[in-house]
Write a protein that binds this ligand. Structure first.
Ligand SMILES: Nc1ncnc2c1ncn2[C@@H]1O[C@H](COP(=O)(O)OP(=O)(O)O)[C@@H](O)[C@H]1O
Ligand SMILES: [Mg+2]
Length: 323
C-alpha cells in the first residue's frame, strides 16, 4: 500500500437499493495510466466520484496520494484533478473566461492562474480559439478545455472519466496524445473507458470492472493474450474454402467457422502475424479476397471473463462522430 498512489480496500457504495460498488480493491502505483475498463453501469464513475471526494463511500477505505478520502477530503482535493464526460463548462463564456473561473476556484492567484491557463491553451492547441465561446467548440475541443481546467494546478493524480466517449477518431487521438504527455510529466492518471482499444493505447495496467467488482487485472497485453483475436478470411470462391480452412486450423489450433465464403477463427497466444497468414494461404493455393486480424473488443473480454456478453439492456455506446 505504501507504494500505491491510489489504494482502495473493500470499497462499497450503495445508492438506496442499488449496490454500485460491492467491495473494490485497487492498488495503483504512481506515474502511469491505470485503465478502469467496464461496460455501462459497472461502477466506474462511482469509483472516480469517491476517489475525487464528490461522494462518500458507504464502506471500506480509499486513499489517494496518502490521504483518506473520507477523513481528509480537503487534502485529497489538493492533489487531484478531475475531467471527463460531463464537462462543467459555461457555453456562454469564452474558453479564457471559463478558465479564469476555474483559476479562481483553484485558489492559484489570478496572475499565476492566467499564466498557467495560457501555457496550457498553447500546449493543447487551443490558444487561437481562446476567445471563442465554449458553446461553439467541437466535442474534442470541449474535452481538451475541460482537461485544461483540471490541470491548472498540476495535479499529482488526474481522474479522467470516459474522456473520449462520443468523440470522433481524431479528437480521441488528440486526447490520447495529451494523456501521454501528462504521464511523461509525472502525473498518475486513472482513466475509465468502455473501449479495450483505448486502454490498450494508453494504460500500462488495466482493471476490468463488472457489477462493482474487479474481475481481472493485468497489462493490456496480458489481457488480450488471455482473450485472443479473430482471424477473418474471405476466399475468392467456395472452391478455396477447404484449403484455407486447413491452413487456419493448423496456424491457430482452432476449428474455423464458415459463413458463405467468409471464414473466421479464434487465435489465442500465439496469434500468427498477418504476413505469415497470407504466405501460408498463398502456399496452399487458396485465392483470397480479404484477410484481417480483428483485435478483441470489450464484448470479447466480457465473454471470456464472465461467459456472457455485455448486458444488451445497457449497450456500449458506439463512438459517435462529433464534428
Ligand atoms: N446517484 C445515483 N443514484 C442511484 N443510482 C446510481 C447513482 N449513480 C450511479 N448509480 C447506479 O450505480 C451503478 C454504477 O453506476 P456508475 O458508477 O455510473 O457506472 P459506470 O460509470 O461504470 O457506467 C449503476 O447501476 C447506476 O445506475
Ligand atoms: Mg460512468
Amino acid at each position: 500500500m505504501e507504494e500505491s498512489i491510489i489504494y482502495t480496500k473493500a470499497l462499497r457504495k450503495q445508492y438506496g437499493d442499488v449496490v454500485a460498488l460491492t467491495g473494490l480493491d485497487l492498488a495503483i502505483p504512481p506515474n502511469l495510466v491505470y485503465g478502469l475498463l467496464g461496460p455501462n453501469g459497472a461502477g466506474k464513475s462511482t469509483t472516480v466520484r469517491i476517489l475525487s471526494t464528490l461522494t462518500r463511500p458507504s464502506g471500506g477505505q480509499a486513499v489517494v496520494g496518502g490521504f483518506d478520502v473520507a477523513r481528509e477530503p480537503g487534502e485529497v482535493r489538493k492533489v487531484i484533478g478531475l475531467a471527463g464526460q460531463d464537462a462543467t463548462l459555461d457555453d456562454k463564456l469564452t474558453a479564457r473566461e471559463n478558465l479564469r473561473i476555474f483559476g479562481r476556484l483553484s485558489r492559484l492567484g489570478s496572475r499565476r492562474a492566467r499564466r498557467r491557463a495560457e501555457e496550457l491553451l498553447e500546449r493543447f492547441g487551443l490558444a487561437h480559439a481562446g476567445n471563442r465561446l465554449a458553446g461553439t467548440y467541437s466535442g474534442g475541443m470541449r474535452r481538451r478545455l475541460d482537461l485544461i481546467a483540471s490541470l491548472l494546478r498540476a495535479p499529482a493524480v488526474l481522474f479522467l472519466d470516459e474522456p473520449t466517449t462520443g468523440l470522433d477518431v481524431r479528437s480521441r487521438m488528440e486526447i490520447w496524445d495529451t494523456v501521454r504527455e501528462l504521464v511523461a510529466d509525472g502525473t498518475t492518471v486513472l482513466l475509465t473507458s468502455q473501449y479495450l482499444e483505448e486502454v490498450d493505447q494508453l494504460a500500462s495496467a488495466v482493471g476490468v470492472i463488472d457489477h462493482g467488482q474487479l474481475i481481472a487485472e493485468g497489462s493490456p497485453a496480458q489481457l488480450k493474450s488471455r482473450i485472443g483475436s479473430h482471424i477473418d478470411v474471405v476466399v475468392e470462391s467456395t472452391d478455396h474454402l477447404l484449403n484455407a480452412m486447413a491452413v487456419l486450423e493448423r496456424l491457430t489450433g482452432h476449428r474455423p467457422e464458415v459463413d458463405g465464403s467468409h471464414i473466421a477463427v479464434a487465435a489465442v497466444d500465439p496469434v500468427p502475424s498477418l504476413p505469415q497468414i497470407v504466405r501460408e494461404l498463398d502456399a496452399s493455393g487458396a485465392v483470397i479476397r480479404d484477410v484481417g486480424i480483428r483485435e478483441p473488443s470489450l464484448d470479447d473480454v466480457f465473454l471470456s471473463l464472465t461467459g456472457k456478453t455485455v448486458d444488451p439492456a445497457k449497450p456500449v455506446e458506439a463512438p459517435a462522430a462529433v464534428a
